[in-house]
Ligand binder design. Structure first.
Ligand code: PLP
Length: 382
């Protein structure tokens, strides 16, 4: 197989070996449905219980606050569409202009019947807690008695890596009686997260972003008891019906625990790689800017090259065996400038030449050298 340098860890990560090993029994001999009353079902039932406890511990939650889903998209949709949705409810929803499409499109679906506000961001992609609070000034002059207030701001942006002031945003929402959801898909397993300390009400996560398997994730619900979005059996406390993905859930818990146990080590390694790559790139004399805030996801570099074509860079790097992206993985069919780069007001001559390099814990200094060498070769022809 061709040697690959994988630098697109924000799109997905490699499944951890221990997580894979832990999944095997539930895909082979231990195939019983965890909901059955007989002895054969006892082990998968216990495996789910243990995974729930492990995941809760990793984020400072209680096990009964963790609800398994099929991934980030489902968790986001569940939180947004099912919060406060009794018939007749009027909802005021605040979100940001730079959310993932799982959040933006879920909100778009609701804005025909509810009031949705898309908060702007500053040039670094930061949402202002003061602006968030202002959205819910409606609380003081309600148009009906059954209004509910909801907010959703992502923990860390998937294109530029900016980490939001989540604690302050949650406080701002709570000041006006609004529920606060955060899409933490890019952040969980990469930076420390304690849901109680941060005061978030709902949080979405996806296993494949932290070296777990694809097609599994979870929603943390602090106690809002949001409405079920799947009608059916009594799995997940009757709120998310459907036979559990036992292997996926077990693999997710092992991967999350492993990442959380080595957070500092991984962060340190990624900071070294980032510095090396940026120093070498700066010395090359190429005209580029780095997007995002000072406080950003470890290893995520959104780089915009002056008067260049990001698509072209991606494909030329691909020919060299290097995987990067131009933005969000699920957005590659759209070739225009992304909504995130537009929202931070990046000049068009830079925005069109943007690539996202997202390094992971397995990347090396040699990988960074190969990426810089590749970019210099493409852009300078040497
Ligand atoms: N939210 C963010 C911030 C993401 O980056 C992604 C995936 O890229 C998702 C949600 C969707 O997650 P999943 O692929 O598990 O559905």
């Amino acid at each position: 197989m061709r040697q690959i340098i994988y630098a697109d860890n924000a799109a997905t990560t490699k499944l951890d070996n221990e997580a894979f090993e832990a999944m095997i029994p539930w895909l082979t001999e231990e195939y019983a449905n965890p909901s059955q009353p007989y002895f054969f079902s006892k082990k998968p039932k216990m495996a789910i219980k243990k995974a729930r406890e492990t995941i809760a511990e990793c984020i400072g939650a209680e096990p009964e606050q963790i609800f398994f889903t099929s991934g980030g998209t489902e968790s986001d949709n569940w939180a947004i569409k099912c919060y406060g949705c009794s018939p007749g409810d009027v909802r005021v929803i605040a979100t940001s202009a730079i959310e993932h499409h799982a959040v933006l499109n879920a909100c778009k679906n609701l804005d025909k019947i509810h009031s949705v506000v898309y908060l702007p961001v500053d040039k670094n992609g930061l949402v202002s807690p003061i602006e968030l609070e202002k959205v819910f000034d409606w609380r003081d002059k309600p148009i009906c008695t059954c209004m509910t207030f909801f907010s959703s701001v992502m923990f860390a942006n998937n294109e530029i890596g900016t980490i939001q002031p989540i604690k302050e945003l949650a406080e701002a929402a709570h000041n006006k009686g609004a529920c606060f959801h955060t899409d933490a898909v890019q952040a969980i397993g990469h930076i420390p997260i304690n849901v109680k300390e941060l005061g978030v009400d709902l949080l979405s996560a996806s296993a494949h972003k932290f070296n777990g398997p694809k097609g599994v994730g979870f929603l943390y619900d602090s106690g809002y008891h949001i409405y079920p979005h799947n009608d059916g059996g009594s799995q997940e406390d009757g709120r998310r019906a459907g036979t559990e993905n036992v292997a996926g859930i077990v693999g997710m818990a092992v991967a999350l625990k492993k990442n959380c146990d080595s957070l500092e080590k991984n962060q340190h390694h990624l900071a070294l790689l980032e510095n090396h790559l940026l120093t070498r790139l700066s010395l090359s004399g190429l005209d580029f800017v780095r997007n995002g805030a000072e406080n950003h996801l470890p290893g995520l570099l959104s780089l915009s090259f002056n008067k260049c074509d990001g698509e072209m860079l991606l494909h030329r790097l691909d020919l060299m065996g290097i995987c990067v992206s131009t933005g969000a993985a699920c957005d590659t069919k759209r070739t225009q400038v992304s909504h995130v780069l537009k929202a931070i007001g990046l000049e068009d001559r830079y925005a069109r030449g943007t690539i996202r390099i997202s390094l992971g814990k397995d990347n090396t200094i040699e990988d960074c050298d190969a990426i810089v060498d590749g970019l210099v070769k493409i852009l300078k022809g040497n």
